[in-house]
Ligand binder design. Structure first.
Ligand code: ACO
Length: 457
């Protein structure tokens, strides 16, 4: 099969949100800390009648319905999530309910977990399946979903929730470029969930940010090595830089971290270039940084400031449009970077996107990270797969605008109920159907044997 990649994409986010500026006042922090310091506008959250299964049920149902797919056209379904409500039973098995009437039970794939990275692992597995001898000609479906909630304190404003589903197959408008994956994995305790009875992680915020930057440097270096060697085989001798990506998207715990990461990519380019021109152009005024060591810059304010300034215009062109959903919904964990992809596709026309390369950086604490790239097809004609994909996301802004704003008091109350009932058996979960978008699946009941039953609004 040729051009294996993403054919269709669906995003689900919660109906309720809280304003970050209101949260600043309520938390008693300095005004601007969450909105300017973290770069966040709003944060979506779920009441107790939504869980990881309901989120994934909703996003899969929407994807299949909105693209008029047959339930038996899917031969693989994988879920990437770190929202664990059962140590054995996969979310994937719950999603099999949707396929019941079609009689299709011949569907490979299961759940994958490592912090925010599970969705990317699932996407790689699915694309590899389509390219393999095991492929049976049907689509693969990649689902990522999470409910990102933190205990009260400085990490709480970096929460969020949501799910993304992606249809994977041949002749796709967004193809995964073959052989171009740079991966970095290592053992660290930056963010982890050892308390199986709680939804909250243990997190060392500053360490997690440093690990993210380190992984970015490593993945970018490996990615560049691979693409440069492909070019070399084709007789082209040149260095890979930001210029080779029309767009660059990142896992987004909060938007400010992405702006800093984009600046780091420029720093990497600068340090890799031979005799960079610091008198004019993009590297103007950066001469003093010619001899810095990457590994010594993780907490350098001067480097951060200088490279953010130098990369500001490129950031606006290549990355800022992808932060649309993250700024207003927060960190969705596994779907985060794919929500950035959806935002990018929603902000541009098919014609503007055609032929471009999108760099993708996926990070999951603990840690697992990859950089890879998507190539957008040249054909943007009306009715083309690319045009269909782009227009299917055009309602993102309207949907975000139709959500319900909730006060910080109410938000904290709802999170407290989630916390208190997280392990409850034999109960009806708290939450009103009025606080869900039409067509949303929700948790109707947890019975005396801890079995979960879902219904659709
Ligand atoms: N106006 C403008 N900016 C402000 C203000 C203000 N009044 N007050 C503070 N700021 C800035 C700070 O200067 C800082 O920016 P800088 O780093 O550019 O200097 C920013 O706001 C955040 O302030 P900090 O004091 O660093 O925030 P704190 O340490 O309280 O919490 C943190 C931030 C660590 C990100 C926390 O929210 C957290 O732990 N989040 C979860 C972990 C996380 O998201 N990690 C990222 C990768 S891993 C993952 O995806 C889960």
């Amino acid at each position: 099969p040729k051009d294996v990649g993403i054919l269709a994409l669906e995003v689900y986010f919660p109906f309720q949100y809280v304003e970050q500026s209101e949260l600043e006042k309520y938390d008693g922090v300095e005004s601007g800390k969450y909105t300017i310091g973290l770069g966040q506008k709003q944060m979506g959250f779920c009441a107790a009648h939504e869980d990881i299964n309901s989120l994934c049920l909703t996003v899969v149902q929407h994807l299949v319905e909105r693209n008029n797919l047959c339930w038996d056209s899917i031969g693989r379904l994988e879920v990437g999530t770190e929202t664990i409500i059962d140590k054995s039973k996969a979310v994937k098995t719950v999603l099999m309910q949707l396929f019941q009437d079609s009689g299709n039970t011949d569907i490979e794939g299961i759940d994958t977990t490592n912090a925010c990275y599970g969705g990317t692992a699932s996407l790689f597995n699915s694309a590899d399946w389509v390219e393999s001898s095991s492929w049976d000609g049907r689509y693969a479906l990649v689902v990522c979903g999470d409910i990102a909630v933190y205990a009260t304190g400085n990490a709480r404003p970096t929460g969020g929730a949501g799910a993304v589903a992606m249809l994977v197959g041949p002749n796709a408008p967004l193809t995964l470029e073959r052989g171009l994956r740079g991966t970095h994995m290592e053992h660290v305790y930056d963010f982890y969930k050892p308390d199986l009875a709680s939804e909250y992680p243990m997190v060392d915020g500053q360490l997690s940010i440093q690990c993210y930057f380190q992984a970015l440097d490593q993945c970018y270096a490996t990615y560049r090595k691979k693409i440069e060697s492909q070019w070399q085989k084709a007789g082209i001798s040149k260095l890979c830089t930001l210029e080779d990506f029309q767009f660059m998207i990142f896992h987004t715990p909060f938007c400010k971290l992405v702006q800093k990461s984009f600046a780091r990519i420029l720093l990497n380019d600068f340090l890799a270039s031979h005799k960079p021109d610091t008198g004019s152009g993009i590297y103007k005024g950066l001469k003093d940084f010619s001899n810095v060591k990457l590994e010594e810059t993780y907490s350098s304010r001067e480097v951060d400031k200088a490279f953010q300034k130098a990369s500001q215009e490129l950031f606006k062109q290549k990355t800022q449009p992808s932060l649309f959903l993250s700024a207003r919904n927060g960190n969705m964990y596994t779907p985060s970077v794919y929500g950035c992809l959806a935002s990018l596709l929603a902000q541009y026309s098919a014609k503007q996107l055609a032929g471009s390369r999108i760099g993708v950086f996926s990070y999951g604490s603990g840690l697992a990270a990859s950089m890879f790239s998507l190539k957008v097809s040249q054909n943007s004609a009306p009715g083309s797969p690319l045009e269909k994909l782009v227009s299917s996301l055009s309602d993102l802004e309207t949907r975000l605008g139709s959500r319900k704003c909730v006060s910080p008091e109410k938000f904290n109350e709802i999170l407290k109920v989630r916390e208190d009932t997280h392990n409850s058996v034999d109960h009806i979960p708290h939450g009103s159907k009025d606080d869900l978008f039409p067509g949303t699946w929700y948790l109707e009941q947890v019975d005396e044997k801890n079995r979960r039953k879902y219904a659709r609004k």
